[in-house]
Design a protein around this ligand. Structure first.
Ligand code: ADP
Ligand code: F6P
Length: 324
């Protein structure tokens, strides 16, 4: 049974995302303003199991709202996936008097929070991932910054691709999800978007399309390839061989996860951080904060982890049509 909390813990887990610092700052300052104690847990669940726990005050989160990454650092932790690890983690939280925990991360991190909630710790999840792949929310902290970073990088590749009349395959992150690929594909006016959600990946069709584009007088051919498809280097070799068009692959990689968060990421993270503490203060537990139809909502973690999210097919079709 959930109870009202006196000491809030906060951790970041999984891949970092720009805006996580703004969320940490909001959690710390909201908790303090409501008369609660705050403890920061470093290095995600791994740090929790190693008891890397620090007291936090308002000054500890000064000068971080504009910074990428996470001041608490983050980690992936195999032990937390085991029942023994989860029981140990709940015991450590109790030992440090932490009766409410805010977890900033993705679905995997929320699964950890769910296990801790089952063991009597009040937990609230805040969606933080550049992948936008959390089903219960239309927004995840970090996506806006990452997609803008990728878009600007792709603009630069496009300039050189046009000058050399090349085909450029640009691989963006997203794990198994194609959101970054879809948005960059539209924003950068790519000729082709390749992503895991579309099962029509057909290299013959791409080769044919490149030939037709050259006939139409297009000076480059930009392909945005999602990490979930990968293989960009080999793809570039094959396409060059088959079309005779010079082809280069660029894998944007971790640069997409860094950099100062955009205004949207800072504001969303700040509001979600504050809301997380408000929920704990109300005695709520095992919930994830999200945005649905433009409104802030909170959803039961068990339900959130069951939900599925798919790429809107019409957006993909529009991207294809605009590449004419
Ligand atoms: P994300 O939170 O971005 O989805 P991961 O999937 O890497 O990132 O998960 C982050 C961490 O959350 C994992 O390293 C692990 O410690 C914890 N975690 C993931 N899945 C579970 C699970 N089923 N049960 C408990 N903890 C989990
Ligand atoms: O979840 C964020 C993300 O950047 C994914 O897009 C990517 O698949 C993964 O993390 C990369 O993880 P790592 O930092 O461990 O290479």
């Amino acid at each position: 049974m959930a109870h009202k909390v006196r000491t809030v813990g906060v951790l970041t887990s999984g891949g970092d995302a720009p805006g996580m610092n703004a969320a940490i700052r909001a959690v710390v300052r909201t908790a303090l303003s409501k008369g609660l104690n705050v403890r920061g847990i470093r290095r995600g669940y791994q740090g929790l199991l190693n008891e890397e726990i620090i007291n936090m005050n308002a000054r500890d989160v000064s000068d971080i709202i504009h910074r990428g990454g996470t001041i608490l650092q983050t980690a992936r932790c195999a032990e937390m996936r085991t029942e023994e690890g989860q029981i140990e983690a709940a015991g450590i939280l109790r030992k440090y008097g932490i009766d409410g925990l805010v977890v900033i991360g993705g679905d995997g991190s929320f699964a950890g929070a769910q296990k801790l909630a089952n063991l009597g710790i009040n937990t609230i999840g805040i969606p933080g991932t550049i992948d936008l792949d959390i089903a219960c929310t239309e927004y995840t902290i970090g996506f806006d910054t990452a997609v803008n970073t990728a878009m600007e990088a792709i603009d630069k590749v496009r300039d050189t691709s046009t000058s050399h009349e090349r085909c450029s395959i640009i691989e963006v992150m997203g794990r198994d999800a194609g959101w970054l690929a879809l948005w960059c594909g539209i924003a950068n006016g790519a000729e082709r978007i390749i992503m895991p959600e579309e099962h029509d990946y057909d290299e013959d069709a791409i080769v044919e399309d490149i030939r037709r584009n050259r006939e139409r007088g297009k000076q480059h051919y930009i392909i945005i390839n999602a990490e979930g498809i990968g293989d960009s280097l080999n793809m570039a070799k094959r396409i060059e061989e088959r079309t005779g068009m010079e082809t280069r692959a660029t894998i944007l990689g971790h640069m997409q996860r860094g950099g100062n968060p955009t205004c949207r990421d800072r504001v969303m993270a700040s509001i979600m951080g504050a809301k997380a503490v408000e929920l704990l203060k109300e005695g709520k537990s095992n919930r994830v904060i999200g945005i649905q139809q433009g409104q802030y909502i909170d959803v039961d973690i068990n339900e959130a982890l069951q939900m599925e999210k798919s790429i809107p097919q019409f957006e993909y079709e529009i991207a294809k049509m605009l590449a004419l």
